[in-house]
Write a protein that binds this ligand. Structure first.
Ligand SMILES: NC(=O)c1ccc[n+]([C@@H]2O[C@H](COP(=O)([O-])OP(=O)(O)OC[C@H]3O[C@@H](n4cnc5c(N)ncnc54)[C@H](O)[C@@H]3O)[C@@H](O)[C@H]2O)c1
Ligand SMILES: [Fe+2]
Length: 403
């Protein structure tokens, strides 16, 4: 079929998608914020009738002892705790099955997802498997393939980036095909989100930078996409404003709890935006760089974002100009084209200032056709992007990322 016919069909799909998504009542988690708010979580668990809980986390976090205060507090009100800390970065199907076994063996009644996007997404799918035992994680791939509810799930993010604490998505790696895939369902939105900045003080600068740029990418892709609403636009603007003001500052001064709290809120707001307005080609490409080479998700997004914005700029100039004003790069009196270029230059400068490269060291020329094919399978028509991309366009962009 000719490319222009494909484009018509994709745009039709986006129209339908926009109508359908607006009809879905995406739940919003109960929000705990402020320094030390983790203290309030045990009472929430009691309220959801959980007396035996599985904490899903990763080895790095448990070695830091980040969850130990929570464990003591839970045990003090007679909630029995089991810890599963076997989640890998870019979590795998096996991680989910391992966690499921432990959940069942310990007769747990609920889950605390404690960590970055990797433990949170793994916890979501452990919960989905508990509620839907006959369905494998692979069978849940795509949208709305989780028929039954999960046990009580509470999220405690320790990075400020993915927004997984409020999204209906979980991303998993299938190591067999070295491919990441998404699962989306309103059942995956946690009951509560605890944004305690104290838990983020230990984040090293490079992870602070990568995860913060993931949040920026969520906000920007949701904003320039075709199905945003006034709610998602306002959440995305809030996120961009905070990230432009505070991300480089917190990269330099990670001990500041106010900056950490702001970034946690930016990530949450960006999550609220993109879980309703979706993401775009930056994510489609980043997922493949993660699946194929294990590139950290936020880092991959940060590198790819300026290239996709340059490709899409003529189709979303006005929105980028508005974000530039939100980010205090102008007062709105400047020509839109100038403001939109300023926005992209700012993203590049943030990357440079936070030591994020402009190319992907792991990328191999011979993998480019496969990456482009998989990215466009995910993005067309999956993401309501401002400017549609063909296989050839995608390969041209990927070639610019070669080391
Ligand atoms: N569900 C969603 O809506 C959604 C959205 C975007 C991304 N994701 C997924 O999330 C995953 C990435 O999550 P991430 O970027 O948060 O990274 P991550 O969870 O993989 O964590 C990265 C590293 O940071 C460490 N870490 C986490 N918190 C720490 C802390 N407070 N102090 C010190 N070290 C800490 C971890 O131990 C790990 O080594 C990817 O798989 C991505 O695809 C999901
Ligand atoms: Fe992301």
């Amino acid at each position: 079929m000719k490319w222009y016919l494909h484009k018509i069909l994709y745009r039709l799909a986006h129209l339908i998608m926009g109508v359908l998504i607006r009809r879905i009542d995406v739940p919003v988690p109960e929000l705990l914020t402020g320094v030390g708010c983790l203290k309030k979580l045990p009472a929430l668990l009691k309220k959801s009738n959980v007396n035996r809980v599985l904490i899903v986390t990763d080895k790095g976090i448990s070695d830091l002892g980040l969850s130990s205060r929570l464990i003591t507090a839970l045990e003090s009100i007679e909630i029995f705790v089991t810890v599963f800390d076997g989640v890998q970065a870019n979590p795998t199907i096996q991680n989910i099955e391992d966690g499921l076994k432990i959940y069942l063996r310990s007769r747990c009644e609920g889950i605390v997802a404690f960590g970055g996007g990797s433990p949170m997404d793994c916890a979501k799918l452990i919960g989905a498997r508990v509620g839907n035992r006959e369905r494998s994680a692979l069978k849940m791939r795509g949208g709305f393939k989780i028929p039954k509810k999960l046990p009580a799930l509470h999220a405690v993010p320790t990075t400020a980036g993915t927004g997984s604490e409020c999204t209906l998505a979980a991303v998993v790696t299938d190591p067999e095909n070295r491919e990441k895939f998404s699962v989306a369902s309103h059942h995956l939105v946690p009951l509560s989100a605890t944004l305690d900045p104290e838990l983020m003080i230990s984040l090293p600068p490079h992870i602070t930078a990568h995860t913060g740029m993931d949040a920026l990418t969520h906000a920007v892709e949701a904003y320039i996409g075709k199905i945003g609403t006034s709610f998602t636009d306002s959440q995305a603007e809030k996120a961009v404003e905070i990230i432009f003001t505070d991300l480089e500052a917190v990269f330099k001064n990670g001990d500041d709890p106010n900056l950490r709290a702001n970034m946690a809120m930016a990530s949450y707001s960006a999550g609220l935006a993109f879980t309703r307005a979706l993401v775009g080609y930056v994510h489609a490409i980043a997922h493949n760089l993660g699946g194929l080479y294990g590139v950290p998700h936020g880092k991959a997004n940060a590198i790819v974002l300026p290239y996709i914005l340059e490709f899409s700029r003529d189709a979303c100039q006005e929105k980028l100009a508005r974000l530039a004003v939100v980010g205090k790069l102008g007062d709105g009196s400047e020509p839109k084209s100038e403001l939109s270029v300023r926005f992209i230059e700012k993203v590049k400068a943030m990357n440079t200032n936070m030591e994020i490269p402009s190319r992907v060291a792991e990328l191999k020329e011979e993998d480019i056709p496969l990456i482009a094919k998989r990215a466009l399978k995910e993005g067309n028509p999956g993401y309501p992007v401002p400017k549609l991309m063909s296989q050839r366009d995608c390969q041209t962009i990927l070639r610019k990322l070669l080391p």
